[in-house]
Structures are given as structure tokens and as C-alpha cells.
Design a protein around this ligand. Structure first.
Ligand SMILES: NC(=O)c1ccc[n+]([C@@H]2O[C@H](COP(=O)([O-])OP(=O)(O)OC[C@H]3O[C@@H](n4cnc5c(N)ncnc54)[C@H](O)[C@@H]3O)[C@@H](O)[C@H]2O)c1
Length: 230
């Protein structure tokens, strides 16, 4: 097996300051890519003008864009649909779906050939009680990914998604109230018996971004310790 070599490729990682995005940015950089991190407070992925301007700046600086991982996301407030406010619905959909759309649109506009990975979730493939807005946003990411993949398949731009399972990141730690027992118990629910790491998801992202996955587009790669198989 050869190590993926991304020397000289220009990559963008949204949500690259923490968790899965930070691990992806680090791994891309270790594989030789030039990495631009997009994250708060410098860039809000829901701000159309800011996203358009930031991508223009990146392409002006590097002359090209080859790879992109759209990782920025937020969790939703936990509760039944009957208690879900329109404001909270919009907040989650705005970041998790519209934010991916805005970044993806600029990536497709600026990329001649290359590979894009959108971060969905196991929650993008089945329903979960009390997280309807998060679940809807992650299903949306998969629909957007598949549509973009089909639209650009003949142009040398590939678009795939990863669907992480339960991954130990600041987002998950917040969700579990930083309760170590709850985190370990959550990991035990996966067939593999533990939580995933951000690095393990980053490995899947980087494989999809690399030429090693040349014939793969429109796919959803589960990095979930077997959850979706059970
Ligand atoms: N951790 C998990 O168990 C898990 C499981 C499935 C999917 N995911 C998805 O993986 C992605 C990364 O999550 P994570 O667990 O690494 O969380 P995280 O909170 O560690 O990282 C999320 C990053 O997104 C950034 N972000 C949030 N809103 C933003 C905005 N408006 N503009 C720009 N950046 C913004 C944050 O600042 C942060 O750096 C998310 O899309 C999340 O939904 C996570």
C-alpha cells in the first residue's frame, strides 16, 4: 500500500479549527497539500458574501483549487419536533446544509479538476428521535453530494460524503455534558465497541480526496465502527 501523496495540491477545509476538520487539515498538510482553513471567527459559512470573497482570495493566492473538505457543522438542541422552534431549525439547517451548499458552490466554480468531500453523519441515513433538525440537515448533505457528483461526473470533479458514527470531538463532548461515563457508554453501542477518533474519519476523507479513489463519486463512506451495518 502506498501513502497518499498530495504534494502541491491546494486544499480547503471548512470547520478546520476543531475536531474532524482539524484532523483532516493536519493529515492533508502531512501528505503535502497546501491547506486553507475556513472557520469562525474569520469566516462564517452561512455568510454568502464572505464565503464568495474568501474563495476568490484563495484562488487568487494559489492560482487553483484542487481539494475541499466541508466539515463545518453544529449540533442541534435535543428535544421533540413539537418543541423545536423555527429559529433553532434555521440555525442548524443554515450551518449544516446551507453552509455546505455555499462552500460547495464556490468549490465547483473554482475547481477545474479535483475532489470534494462533504461531512454528513450516520444521522444522514436514518431517523433519530429528538434531533430532527440535525437529521434533516445531514440527509440534505447526502442529497446535495449525490446531485453535485452526477452533475460534475464528466468534468473530472468528484464529490463524495463521509458519514461518521460517534466520534470523540469537542462537539460530542459538549453533547454528552463532558460526562466520561456517558461517552464510554456511547462508544460501547457501536459494534466495534468504542468511539471513533477524528483522525480515523480524517483518513477516510483524505482517501476520498486522493487519486486512490479515482472511480468513486457520489458515494457515502461510513466511518462508524459498524453502526450502519448492524
Ligand atoms: N463528532 C461526531 O460524533 C460527529 C458524527 C457525525 C458527524 N459529525 C459532523 O462532523 C463535522 C465536524 O464536527 P466535529 O465533531 O468535528 O465538531 P467540532 O465542534 O469539533 O468542529 C466543528 C467546527 O465547525 C466550525 N463551525 C461551526 N459553525 C461554523 C460556521 N457557521 N462557520 C464556520 N465554521 C463553523 C466550528 O467552529 C468548529 O471548528 C460536523 O459537520 C458534524 O456534524 C460529527
Amino acid at each position: 500500500m502506498t501513502t497518499v501523496d498530495l504534494t502541491g495540491r491546494v486544499a480547503v477545509v471548512s470547520g478546520g479549527a476543531s475536531g474532524i476538520g482539524a484532523a483532516a487539515a493536519e493529515l492533508l498538510s502531512a501528505r503535502g497539500a497546501i491547506v486553507e482553513v475556513l472557520d469562525l471567527p474569520d469566516l462564517d459559512v452561512t455568510d454568502e458574501a464572505a464565503v464568495v470573497g474568501r474563495f476568490e482570495g484563495i484562488v487568487e493566492r494559489h492560482g487553483r483549487l484542487d481539494l475541499a473538505a466541508n466539515c463545518a457543522g453544529v449540533n442541534g438542541a435535543y428535544g421533540p419536533i413539537t418543541d423545536l422552534s423555527l429559529g433553532e431549525w434555521r440555525r442548524v439547517l443554515d450551518v449544516n446544509l446551507t453552509g455546505v451548499f455555499l462552500c460547495l458552490r464556490e468549490e465547483l466554480r473554482h475547481m477545474e479538476r479535483g475532489s470534494i468531500v462533504n461531512v454528513s453523519s450516520g444521522a444522514g441515513m436514518r431517523g433519530f428521535a429528538n434531533l430532527a433538525h440535525y437529521v434533516a440537515s445531514k440527509h440534505g448533505v447526502i442529497g446535495l453530494t449525490r446531485s453535485a457528483a452526477v452533475e460534475r461526473a464528466r468534468t473530472g470533479v468528484r464529490v463524495n460524503a463521509v458519514a461518521p458514527g460517534v466520534i470523540r470531538t469537542p462537539m460530542l463532548e459538549d453533547f454528552c455534558g463532558h460526562d466520561e461515563d456517558a461517552l464510554v457508554a456511547m462508544g460501547r453501542l457501536a459494534p466495534i465497541g468504542r468511539l471513533g477518533t477524528a483522525r480515523e474519519v480524517a483518513e477516510a476523507i483524505v482517501w476520498l480526496l486522493s487519486d486512490a479513489s479515482e472511480f468513486v463519486t457520489g458515494a457515502v463512506l461510513c466511518a462508524d465502527g459498524g453502526v450502519s451495518a448492524a
